[in-house]
Design a protein around this ligand. Structure first.
Ligand code: ACM
Length: 260
């Protein structure tokens, strides 16, 4: 399977311009799975809940339409972030889109920092999708700091994790080595670059999008300050082998009677 990330530099509130960046980066690109950053169409640093609401969409909105177009153009399943609106709630969510159709959304279950002021916490179960025979799971950015998320998806058979991100702390890329190693999965962390200075907040996003293998090897690492795209061919079946030596299996050896 060919998996990849797209690392862009979203401009706050400028959806069409942000779609344009992705269109240029994916010119002539074909893949099986492409992961875009968290909130790639809107930007990240809201100054009020109303501002986030004004940029929110349903699964019929312009971001979904753009991702449908991208999935057809690249022949890839696309996973990318958006603000999902349902009834009177908004969520920091992602869309999974394949062959011009929306497959599902996932809503971030661990909100970071002031996201707690704008978004409702995710209310959908963690789920693994069969994408042309490959088991793909998804989480959003700060979900990484809770090892339970990757483990829950790995226990459902996930082979490849799609991980849209807007990282501002320096730890995640290193932590994903451990997440992959402890679950023997592949992960695609798609981060953004650039800065946003809005209201009292000043964020610098760390780039360095990363594809990590089941043994913790970093297969691709993007620059910290440039847009980027990388596509890597992997054998996803390696993720089905949970043995790290003759005696140790990272799933079967768990001693759940000792865990809370
Ligand atoms: C984050 O969850 N966007 C840091």
């Amino acid at each position: 399977m060919k998996i990849g990330y797209i690392q862009s530099a979203p401009v706050f509130g400028e959806k069409q311009q942000n779609f344009g960046q992705i269109r240029s980066l994916t010119e002539g690109v074909k893949a099986d799975l492409l992961v875009l950053p968290e909130l790639f169409a809107t930007g990240y640093s809201f100054t009020s809940k109303e501002e986030a609401e004004a940029l929110s969409e349903t699964t019929e909105g312009e971001t979904a339409r753009f991702l449908k177009e991208l999935s057809v153009k690249t022949s890839a399943t696309i996973v990318g972030g958006f603000i999902e609106r349902e009834n009177d709630r908004i969520y920091n969510a992602l869309l999974i889109v394949s062959e011009g159709k929306v497959i599902d959304t996932y809503r971030k279950i661990h909100l970071f920092n002031k996201e707690k002021l704008w978004f409702s916490p995710g209310d959908k179960q963690l789920k693994v999708y069969d994408i042309n025979g490959v088991k793909v799971g998804a989480m959003i950015c700060f979900d990484w700091i809770f090892p339970e998320v990757c483990r829950t998806l790995a226990l459902q058979g996930m082979q490849v994790l799609a991980h849209p991100s807007n990282l501002v702390m320096p730890y995640c890329q290193k932590a994903m080595v451990t997440r992959c190693l402890e679950n023997r999965i592949f992960a695609v962390t798609a981060n953004r670059i650039g800065t946003e200075h809005r209201g009292e907040d000043h964020f610098t996003f760390t780039g360095a999008s990363q594809i990590t293998a089941t043994d913790g090897t970093i297969l691709s690492s993007a620059p910290t300050d440039q847009p980027a795209i990388a596509i890597i061919e992997i054998d996803e079946k390696q993720a089905d082998n949970k043995w790290i030596n003759y005696y140790n299996n990272v799933i079967e050896d768990r001693r759940t009677e000792f865990y809370f």
